[in-house]
Ligand binder design. Structure first.
Ligand SMILES: [Fe+2]
Ligand SMILES: [Fe+2]
Length: 212
């Protein structure tokens, strides 16, 4: 049982004690300043990424429910999973007092525009967008799992975070497979151009959100 609320990460990137008391056998430990910064960045960039993903699926659904209604339930299903991912990282932000990205208004607009814009090019183009985004985000989650593997035994809360990273990585790769295998993403017009441009955009977004 939790005996008290704790803050695992410092909003000021200082070393902070983990004061949770999940069980008497769990001794309080400290995160190094470097590890605290890593976890701050993980939570900030993932909340921003999930916000962007929500907006992309929102934009796709907004268009495709009219232009190709048979794909709308698939988009809705993936969107619902992104809503859960975002809610989870919203909670991590609040519980750990991590500063959210300053670029949220931009991702709101850019995500919706990307989703709606590719959907206007057709279902296969929308799925090519999903393929590119989920390839980038799946790889990004794998990077984070590698970057935090040494924290595995630091505290039960970190195990929960890493479990969420792995679960969401699997969801993103499921979205990727849906786009490619079920909805022929690779047959989209100018597929390579779309794929390269969107993946480059995702990498830029990740870079920016780690810093701002
Ligand atoms: Fe997601
Ligand atoms: Fe996804």
């Amino acid at each position: 049982m939790f005996a008290s609320k704790r803050f695992l990460l410092s909003p000021w990137n200082r070393t902070v004690p983990i004061t949770i008391c999940r069980s008497l056998s769990t001794a309080p430990k400290e995160l190094s300043q470097q590890d605290s910064q890593v976890l701050d960045r993980v939570i900030r960039v993932d909340q921003a990424g999930e916000l962007g993903a929500n907006q992309i699926y929102k934009g796709q659904h907004f268009v495709l429910q009219f232009t190709d209604p048979k794909v709308a339930p698939t988009i809705q299903h993936m969107w619902d999973q992104e809503k859960y991912h975002l809610k989870t990282f919203d909670n991590y932000i609040l519980e750990n007092r991590v500063r959210p990205t300053l670029l949220r208004p931009f991702w709101d607009v850019a995500g919706f525009a990307l989703g709606a814009g590719t959907a206007l090019l057709g279902t296969k183009a929308a799925m090519a967008c999903t393929e590119a985004v989920e390839t980038a985000i799946g790889g990004h989650y794998n990077d984070q799992l590698r970057d935090t593997v040494h924290l595995n035994d630091a505290a039960p809360e970190l195990e929960k975070l890493r479990d969420d990273l792995a679960e969401f990585r699997d969801d993103e790769l499921e979205h990727l497979n849906t786009a490619v295998d079920d909805w022929s993403a690779k047959e989209a017009p100018a597929h390579n151009l779309l794929n390269n441009a969107i993946q480059a955009g995702c990498q830029t977004a990740i870079w920016l959100c780690k810093r701002f």
